[in-house]
Structure formats: C-alpha cells, structure tokens
Design a protein around this ligand. Structure first.
Ligand SMILES: O=c1ccn([C@@H]2O[C@H](COP(=O)(O)OP(=O)(O)O[C@H]3O[C@H](CS(=O)(=O)O)[C@@H](O)[C@H](O)[C@H]3O)[C@@H](O)[C@H]2O)c(=O)[nH]1
Length: 406
C-alpha cells in the first residue's frame, strides 16, 4: 500500500513508519516538525539523541534499502497543499498522528489551550474535508485516546466506542439505540480528541469515508524491532513534566536517583500499552479496513491497566528508588477503577507485551545510558489544571515553575 503517515516524526509516528516500511509499504511522512519546535519552546530535549528527520530517513535507506519520503507540511494551516498532495499521490491509507498530544502542555496557559484546539481540530477537519474533495477513498486511521471516555468504568467494562442504551419513547415503549460512548475528557488535549470523534462520525455517515479510530492508552517503552537496528534510528523519549508519560518518567527518575513523582495518592488507574504493541495494533487495524457507509470502527488500543502508585512501588522495588507523593497539579479523581474491553485487537491476533516481560529493564538501561542529557529541573510536572492548583506551584525569582507544594 501507499501510506501517508501524518505526524510520522513523533513518538508513535516514527516507529510506525519503520514498522510499515519494513513490511514493504510505500511510506510518505507528512509532518510540520512542531514537536521539535515545542522542545525548543520548553527548553528540553528528548532523552535519546534524535537526528533530523531527513537524516533518519537516510539511515533507514542505508540499513534496509527502503525509502521513506518526507514532506514538510502543516495540515492545520496549509489546507490547499494538503489537498493537492492527496490528489496527486492518492494514498491507499492515511494514518493521522498529527496532533499536539500532551495533556499538561494543553493546560499550561490560555495560549497553549488555544494552540492545541486550533492545531488538533483544524488538522483533523482539514484532512476530512480534503479526503472528501479529492474522492480518493483512502482508509483513514486516527490515533485517538482512552482519555475520551474519562477513567471510570462504573463497574462495567468500557466498550470499544459504542454503547447500547434503552430509552423510553413518547408512547411509553422501550426503544434501543446505539450511541458513541459518552465522552468525559480530563484536559483540553483529551477534549480535542473527543471533538475528533464527532467529526469522524459526521464524515463517515455523510460522505461514506472509511475511518478507524484507535483509542490508545499510555504508551511505555522506547525501542521497537526497527528502532533497535541503528543508533540513529532511535525513537524519541520524553521525560519532562509536560510530555513525559507516567511509567517512562518513573523509569528515568529511578535511573538518575530522582524520587518517583506520584501525583496525589497515586490512586489513578490508567490503561497502558508498550510501543511495540502500539505499532503492531496499527498494522492490524490497517488490514481490517471498514467499508464505505460503515460506522466509524473504534478499537481500544491498550493491553493492561495499572494504578499509578502500584507502578511507582513496582519501579521502586526493582531499582531501590524512593517514592514521593506530591500535590497533584491536575484536576482528576484521587482514586478510580478502570476496566476496558480490548477484544477486537485480541481477535485480530495481538499477543500483548506485559510489564512482566523484561522490557522495563531495557527502558532503565536506555535512561542510564543517556542520563547525562537529562536536565533535572525539567522533571517536576508543574502545568496546573486550574488557577487554584496553579497557586500551589512554587516559582524561582524569574517566574520559572519549580515544583508543586501543598
Ligand atoms: O510524574 C507523573 C506523571 C503523571 N502522573 C499521573 O499519571 C497519570 C497519567 O499521566 P500521563 O502523563 O502518563 O498520561 P496522560 O496525561 O493521560 O496522557 C498520555 O496518555 C494518553 C492516553 S490516556 O491516559 O488517556 O489513556 C495519551 O492520549 C496522551 O497522548 C499521553 O500523553 C495521571 O493520573 C497523572 O496525574 C503521576 O502521578 N506522576
């Protein structure tokens, strides 16, 4: 297949490009490199040293003989260029990762909220409008998030996208209805992914677009089979308080002797998936495209659930790190249970990688190897969800956020 990977320079995008290229697909990366610009804005860098996208593509060609084609394009701002590119290249599938993906970054300030909504919603809508206009009938796969559901399973497992409900009609009869599982986003970022769902529902029903939405959990790990093949194919690894995700953060904190930063009681239960399974799921979903006229196909892309404090205790036991319970900068339930259905990927043949399989050690090794690149002052999570929570952030004389205090 000819596949366009929008956001192919990012944390999940890059290993997906390599994975699908290795399988013989023709890969086109469309990216505005915004993730690299945000690193510059925040004054942080990936734990792992990343080359330019052009250099990464060159190395992949050297190692495998396969080509990755890179196109610098901003989907949210360059609608006409996107449309022309699609009309000319006519990809068979489009994988859409091109959104600002960090919840803390989206809550940092009003400017970051506005940027996240403008960027994410325009990117998705521009793509949908261009797919209709060019009439190319590509399968659109979108990376969504488990966070659209909120994190409470109220005693019943969260289904894969849809919920059957029974309503009372005006005549007093009972009628069955299928609805999108109600959204309850916990950040502006998660809210944009909830908006995406409605855009997809509309374009699937109105124009017959073939769409798959992957509701992914928190990704952990860094290497995949392909990124291991050459030092310069290495994936990015975020450790800072805005972009670092919880388990990877605990692992690098352990590697540099920083106390593990548990928010509140650490009672939040979340869904997780290893990066290798993430790329495998995308491959599986790609091979299972919906037909035109079908409702949006929704998968829960996760393999296990864990409570944050249990993860911290597990990492502490493994590495001897100290656990530190901090005031939570986020507005979220102190404790929640979470049960999630992931039957669809299991049925397609996913054999989940679990935390038990030794890959945690690999992440700690990567963190130790590149520990000299870590700026410890960027480790605390200080983006506050509300003004009240923001008042708990201690700042230095220049106004830089240092840490949260009770
Ligand atoms: O140092 C930390 C960092 C996080 N947390 C807690 O860990 C949980 C998860 O935080 P996270 O930063 O790992 O994950 P989140 O903000 O939800 O976002 C990440 O995971 C989402 C999947 S999910 O969480 O919605 O299932 C993806 O959509 C996002 O792109 C990705 O950045 C939260 O309760 C948070 O308060 C800590 O206790 N300590």
């Amino acid at each position: 297949m000819k596949i366009a990977i929008l956001g192919g320079d990012g944390f999940v995008g890059w290993p997906t490009c390599l994975h699908l290229s290795e399988q013989g697909h023709e890969i086109h990366i469309l990216d505005n490199l915004s993730r690299r610009w945000i690193d510059t804005e925040l004054g942080v860098q990936s734990l792992t040293p990343m080359d330019s996208i052009q250099e990464r593509c060159r190395i992949w060609h050297e190692v495998t003989g396969r080509r990755l084609n890179f196109h610098l394009i901003d989907l949210a701002k360059e609608y006409e260029r996107l449309k022309s590119w699609l009309a000319e290249e006519k990809p068979d599938a489009v994988i859409h990762f091109a959104e600002q993906r960090a919840a803390p970054y989206s809550m940092k300030s009003d400017r970051h909220k506005v940027y996240t909504v403008n960027n994410n919603t325009n990117a998705t809508h521009n793509l949908l409008a261009a797919l209709v206009e060019t009439g190319i009938d590509a399968h659109l796969l979108h990376l969504g998030t488990m966070g659209v559901y909120g994190y409470s399973s109220v005693g019943a497992a969260i289904p894969e996208g849809y919920l059957d409900v029974e309503v009372e009609t005006l005549s007093g009869d009972k009628a069955k209805q299928e609805i999108l599982y109600p959204t309850k986003p916990g950040s502006v970022y998660h809210m944009t992914k909830s908006l995406d769902q409605i855009l997809f529902q509309f374009y699937a029903q109105n124009d017959g677009l073939r769409i798959t939405d992957l509701h992914q959990g928190i990704v952990w790990g860094t290497h995949t089979d392909q990124t291991r093949r050459h030092e310069q194919l290495i994936n990015r690894f975020d450790y800072d308080g805005d972009y670092g995700t919880v388990l990877n953060r605990f692992l690098i904190q352990a590697a540099i002797g920083h106390p593990l930063t548990v928010h509140g009681t650490g009672g939040q239960t979340r869904a997780f998936i290893h990066i290798q399974d993430s790329v495998r799921c995308i491959e599986l979903a790609l091979g299972d495209a919906p037909k035109s006229g079908e409702r949006v196909r929704i998968f829960n892309q996760m393999t296990e659930t864990h409570r944050v404090r249990d993860l911290a205790e597990m990492v502490a036991k493994k590495t001897g790190a100290r656990v530190s319970y901090l005031p939570n900068p986020r507005k979220e339930a102190e404790e929640n249970d979470l049960v999630v259905k992931n039957d669809k990927f299991l049925a397609l043949g996913l054999d989940p990688i679990t935390l038990q399989e030794g890959l945690l050690d690999e992440v700690v090794e990567v963190a130790r190897k590149y520990a000299h690149r870590i700026d410890r002052s960027r480790v605390p999570a200080v983006s506050a969800w509300t003004r009240d929570l923001g008042a708990r952030v201690e700042r230095d004389p220049e106004g830089r956020a240092l840490r949260t205090v009770s």
